[in-house]
Design a protein. Structure first.
Length: 182
């Protein structure tokens, strides 16, 4: 797996979702798709199913911090026993209110709006021009602050955000690759 920064595809819906952007990061990973069968919904499901166990304590701590700041917590429903990301059987997200902003053949844009900040995450599936039978999953996060409180709430997350996304991306690509070979 290769993780790197890249330019957002011109046709991305993400360009039209926020008025301003105060934070952005992008990562992508390449994976085999010999049957050309992996769809963007498969990639998003693999991403949200690839939760590392070490992340749960950070999410629980984040709930407490956001509550102290008076902010809406995305992870308010996270408990020790709950499947806290994506329920494939029900086809819906569990434990946090992500809104679907766009869904096309190649891209899904999720996010949420709060009075203190808004964010969007684009999952863009691209054919790999350098190698046949391969695809790339490109993940871009954009954040817009609406208040000083929103800026301060996201500030401690910035250094960890790229690490968390890249860990999820690595696990998602491994899951896609494993499912393609079975």
């Amino acid at each position: 797996m290769t993780t790197l920064s890249f330019a957002l595809p011109d046709q991305s819906f993400l360009y039209n979702t926020l008025q301003r952007c105060h934070y952005i990061d992008r990562s992508e990973a390449s994976f085999p798709d010999k049957e050309d069968s992996v769809q963007v919904t498969d990639a998003v499901q693999a991403f949200f199913s690839a939760k590392p166990g070490w992340l749960r304590p950070f999410l629980l701590a984040g709930n407490k911090v956001t509550a102290l700041l008076g902010l809406k917590s995305l992870f308010a429903g996270v408990t020790e026993k709950e499947n806290w990301w994506y329920d494939a059987r029900a086809g819906k997200f569990i434990s946090f209110p992500l809104q679907l902003f766009s869904h096309s053949e190649n891209e899904i844009v999720l996010g949420t709006d709060d009075r203190h900040l808004s964010f969007r995450v684009s999952f863009f599936l691209l054919s790999n021009p350098d190698a046949s039978n391969r695809k790339r999953l490109a993940i871009t996060t954009m954040v817009q602050y609406h208040s000083t409180r929103g800026r301060f709430a996201f500030l401690p997350l910035q250094p960890l955000h790229k690490l968390v996304v890249n860990t999820f991306l690595k696990n998602a690509v491994a899951n896609i690759d494993k499912n393609a070979t079975t």
